[in-house]
Write a protein that binds this ligand. Structure first.
Ligand SMILES: [Zn+2]
Length: 82
């Protein structure tokens, strides 16, 4: 079987690249999330309003189980410290 035909057209590749770029622009990646997750946990515990970055963290936590676990662990530590 020939695999040549299954190659993506230039146009398809272009739209995939654009899509990926939009995704990385709009959503935080895990390392960015982990940089701010401590601040996020503290802000939540203090009942303060979330700024733009922290709102992004919240969104990422909903989508990313790994970071959520990190957040929950941090939250436990912070609560224990109060
Ligand atoms: Zn993540």
């Amino acid at each position: 079987m020939k695999t040549e035909d299954q190659r993506l057209s230039r146009e398809q590749v272009g739209s995939i690249v654009t899509m990926l770029r939009l995704t990385t622009d709009r959503e935080l990646n895990c390392s960015e999330c982990l940089q701010h997750v401590g601040e996020y946990a503290e802000t939540r515990l203090a009942g303060k309003p979330l700024d733009e970055i922290l709102a992004g963290i919240e969104q990422h936590l909903e989508l990313c189980p790994e970071c959520r676990e990190e957040f929950l662990a941090l939250q436990q530590i912070l609560k224990a410290g109060l």
